[in-house]
Design a protein around this ligand. Structure first.
Ligand code: ZN
Length: 156
């Protein structure tokens, strides 16, 4: 990590000086309007949350859904995506995905039902003690070719 100052809340590096508090320089984040002083920088958002948010973003989940799943502001997520220059691998894909958050037992039940797994792609992401299940139904071989995913039947 560089020594550049960034907002402890959203990691944006755009801030303005905003007076001082108890002799410490105080800053105001231009992205989320959070006030912070330099000493607070140690309290950064858990890297885990940032990484999870970016993973979910890449899997095609909307900012609002990420906010709901991880409990972080969608503004923060948008800033992280910008900061780390993340790009969704498939752009606007023709395949529609859906998501659900399941507990461990629900996940077992979900997988046990053959119908859920047939003719669909599935990514399971662990989030603390829950599981985010991303599925894309009815993806044809054609669709997957467009997305340049492996088209070997065994891997779908
Ligand atoms: Zn901020």
């Amino acid at each position: 990590m560089s020594s550049t100052i960034s907002c402890p809340k959203c990691l944006s590096q755009e801030y303005v000086k905003s007076g001082s508090i108890k002799g410490r320089q105080r800053y105001k984040c231009k992205s989320c309007n959070y006030y912070f002083s330099v000493q607070k920088l140690g309290k950064k958002i858990n890297d885990y949350v940032v990484i999870k948010a970016l993973q979910l973003y890449i899997e095609g989940i909307s900012y609002r859904e990420i906010e709901r799943i991880l409990g972080v502001s969608h503004v923060s997520v948008m800033n992280w995506v910008k900061t780390y220059k993340m790009q969704r691998p498939f752009g606007d894909s023709p395949v529609k995905t859906s998501h659900k958050v399941l507990g461990f037992h629900e996940l077992q039940e979900f997988i046990a039902i053959k119908e859920n797994m047939r003719n669909s792609g599935t990514i399971i992401t662990a989030i603390e003690d829950q599981f985010l299940v991303t599925t894309w139904k009815g993806a044809s071989i054609q669709d997957l070719k467009q997305m340049s995913l492996p088209t070997d039947k065994n891997t779908i």
